[in-house]
Design a protein around this ligand. Structure first.
Ligand code: HEM
Length: 526
């Protein structure tokens, strides 16, 4: 019998059959159906990918020194919230290792929603092994240590095979892609349990609904304003500009339209929403007790690659990743790590993707560019024109880091090949567009009018098209008062509430016998 492939981040079935016909809507579709596909020779995409991948370099030490690739104002955790959101939206129920191939995947899949299927799977009746015996709370994994601020830190539950890696037992295995997104998933499990405690006696569906609504609130009121430049976002969400409510000033979508149910446009999944790849840092400090930083991926030694159990001492101190209640001082080991800039440069470890994730081409930039070609995406310039935005002139489309040192000397796209003249791959264009904002006094760099509009319209559209979202059911709804801070509820508050969930023997799986210890591995950069 053929073993089902391990679902990979980005490898979603149905994506390879994207309809062009305006009368057919599948799980994936097109936002700009009338625009022609941009054509490139694959060789020049390989060249561009090479130019977009930074050389290996260790960020400055001591960590108090400013790293010019850091996007001050966007914290490192936002990157992984973005990855988590991606996995929620592109949830593939048949990848849950229960079902095998479904040849009708294209038409049978549910619509993408902010419903946390990646956390809940198919629910307590269908996948009871994700849930505590009460059928309401979520099961957690082994205890993690290393973050004194979070003595109850836990991993996601994992399998315990006699041999081989201990894979996560979660609604969507792709959330085990790296140590950071896996622990963020565990935070969502704990947030669910915290809501269950608060609503004592409530049934599963009620708890789930409020968890989803708090998460949707964070997407609208924290994630989007953090990553999309203000003018574009306010055009999509006028209530933000007018200081009114979503009910009084509903969202306005100009380009993302659907007939029956919203779908994932390929301009979003294969280009705009991959902006997050440029935000990945090469290394992360996990907590204040472990010395040094760890590579996100490395050829050898101890890195943050996923799909396996990692050392117990890896508990993440979330105040190093998100702006929390009492922000740490911006000095020394306690420093809140910013994400890297949204620009046309990806860090070197993203050219070393683990084989489980990228069996053939390990260079992420190359994969993204080839995927855009095979999906027949239009060029960045043609999308800009269609939106009524002046396309960026060729000489301003530069490849590389948006830093003072690099921006003047970065290679111009058309120097790589004249074929790119007025014809930039959409994913590259969106990153280069964000980069236009670079000036030493402008922080943070966010998605611009083309990239920001695609991302904002799709995320908001998916919420509008979901009849169970708070936007559809109750646009006046606000997060629980006692969950907010000065009336605000951002991702830092979400995490803080999750960490308050009480420990209970019913909510965690038995500790595994073999204790992974931090020994023998390559020590992180001091
Ligand atoms: C260490 C972090 C990450 C790694 C290693 C990673 C890796 C990958 C890989 C290997 C693919 C498949 C590429 C292909 O063959 O087409 C992919 C797809 C994708 N990634 Fe990432 N990624 C990361 C973070 C992110 C973040 C932060 C975002 C967004 C904020 C993101 C958004 C996407 C999207 C939208 C896709 C395409 C489709 C999908 O998953 O449905 N990724 N990523």
């Amino acid at each position: 019998m053929k073993t089902p492939a391990q679902p990979r981040h980005g490898m979603v079935r149905g994506l390879s059959h994207v309809p062009r016909s305006p009368s057919f809507e599948g799980r994936f579709g097109r936002m700009f159906r009338s625009l022609p596909a941009a054509e490139f020779r694959p060789e020049i995409l390989a060249e561009l990918a090479k130019a977009m991948t930074a050389e290996r370099e260790d960020p400055p030490t001591p960590e108090t020194e400013r790293d010019p690739e850091e996007n001050t104002g966007i914290s490192a955790g936002i990157t992984y919230l973005g990855q988590f959101i991606d996995h929620d939206l592109t949830f593939d129920p048949s990848s849950s290792l229960q079902k095998q191939n479904d040849p009708d995947a294209l038409v049978d899949f549910r619509s993408p929603r902010f419903d946390l299927d990646s956390v809940y799977g198919r629910g307590p009746d269908d996948q009871p092994y994700l849930y505590a015996a009460d059928g309401v709370r979520m099961l957690l994994g082994s205890r993690l240590t290393g973050s004194p601020k979070d003595p109850n830190a836990r991993d996601v539950p994992r399998s315990n095979p006699a041999a081989g890696p201990k894979r996560a037992i979660i609604g969507d295995p792709r959330n085990d892609e790296n140590v950071i997104v896996a622990q963020l998933h565990a935070v969502f499990l704990r947030f669910h349990n915290r809501v269950a405690e608060r609503l004592q006696g409530a049934d599963f569906e009620t708890v789930q609904r409020f968890v989803r609504w708090h998460y949707q609130w964070v997407v609208l009121h924290d994630f989007l304003p953090t990553i999309v430049e203000t003018e574009t976002l306010q055009d999509v969400l006028p209530h933000l500009k007018n200081g009114t409510t979503l009910a009084a000033d509903p969202p306005r979508l100009r380009f993302f339209r659907w007939r029956n149910e919203p779908f994932i446009p390929v301009e979003f999944s294969v280009a705009a929403y991959r902006f997050g790849h440029s935000m990945v840092r090469p290394q992360y400090r996990l907590n204040t007790t472990l010395p040094g930083r760890f590579d996100i991926f490395a050829k050898s030694g101890l890195d943050l690659a996923g799909f396996r159990e990692y050392p117990r001492e890896f508990a993440i101190d979330w105040s190093l990743f998100f702006r929390m209640q009492a922000p740490p001082k911006d000095v020394g080991k306690e420093r809140l790590q910013p994400a890297y800039k949204i620009d046309s440069s990806l860090v070197n470890p993203l050219a070393l993707l683990p084989a489980i994730e990228a069996p053939s081409i390990p260079v992420l930039a190359h994969r993204n560019l080839l995927r855009g070609l095979s999906m027949g995406l239009p060029s960045g310039q043609s999308v800009a024109r269609r939106m009524g935005v002046d396309p960026i002139e060729d000489e301003h489309l530069r490849v590389g880091k948006a830093t003072e040192r690099n921006s003047a000397t970065n290679v111009i796209l058309t120097d790589i090949s004249a074929e790119f003249g007025h014809n930039a791959p959409l994913w590259f264009y969106i990153l280069a567009e964000a980069q236009q904002q670079f000036r030493t006094d402008v922080t943070p760099i966010r998605l611009g009018p083309v990239g920001g509009r695609i991302v904002a319209e799709v995320l908001v559209g998916l919420l509008l098209g979901d009849r169970h979202s708070f936007l559809s059911m109750n646009p006046e709804w606000r997060p629980f008062d006692d969950f907010t801070r000065h009336g605000q509820f951002a991702i830092g508050d979400f995490v803080a509430r999750a960490l308050e969930a009480r420990e209970s023997p019913q909510t965690h799986v038995a500790e595994t016998a073999a204790e992974p210890v931090l020994a023998g591995g390559r020590r992180a950069t001091p």
